[in-house]
Design a protein around this ligand. Structure first.
Ligand code: HEM
Ligand code: HEM
Length: 130
């Protein structure tokens, strides 16, 4: 598998992971619908949230391994660390249901998206810092 295809697959997975969040907000502020299909689809996206989040960890490592072949300081490595932390905190929230961990989980999702943009537009940004 080509690291580029895997990279874009990771982006798609990340998109699917934040889709329920977007669908709930869109409905709250824009659509305001009680349409059963809309609610059903949102539910389906939520159902695959946890396994997909865990799968993303594996597919990111594989993509990084194919792209760099080594563990190095790279925007991708930092992005990976943020994803791994998001997944762990998501798991903690799922088990303990503490508000704090849910808040951290959501903040981390924003951090992940910012780091993804850096990874896509300035992939070697951090290596240049050193
Ligand atoms: C272990 C962590 C990662 C490492 C070491 C890594 C490394 C790399 C490297 C070296 C490139 C090529 C950059 C270039 O030469 O332009 C790249 C491209 C890319 N990465 Fe990553 N990456 C990692 C994680 C991720 C993650 C988590 C995502 C998505 C969520 C991602 C998405 C992409 C995409 C879409 C590209 C562009 C492919 C293209 O050129 O079409 N990467 N990555
Ligand atoms: C990088 C991976 C992940 C990202 C970017 C992510 C992102 C998000 C976001 C943005 C929300 C907010 C939904 C809302 O406020 O409506 C959320 C909810 C949630 N996440 Fe994650 N998540 C990831 C992985 C995981 C994993 C692996 C787990 C559990 C093992 C998990 C468990 C949860 C739970 C329990 C909720 C709340 C309720 C629900 O919608 O089911 N997340 N996640």
């Amino acid at each position: 598998m080509d690291y580029k295809i895997l990279g874009w697959l990771n982006v798609i997975i990340l998109g699917v992971l934040i889709t329920p969040f977007i669908m709930v907000r869109l409905n709250k502020y824009v659509f305001k619908t009680k349409n059963k299909n809309y609610l059903e689809i949102t539910k389906k996206f939520r159902k695959i949230h946890k396994p997909l989040g865990i799968a993303l960890v594996g597919s990111s490592i594989y993509h990084g391994y194919l792209a760099l072949g080594a563990i190095r300081l790279h925007t991708g490595t930092v992005l990976f660390a943020a994803i791994a932390f998001t997944v762990i905190i998501g798991g903690v929230y799922y088990r303990k249901k503490k508000k704090n961990s849910f808040y951290t989980h959501k903040i981390m999702a924003v951090v992940v998206i910012v780091l993804l943009l850096i990874h896509l537009f300035y992939p070697y940004a951090f290596s240049k810092l050193l």
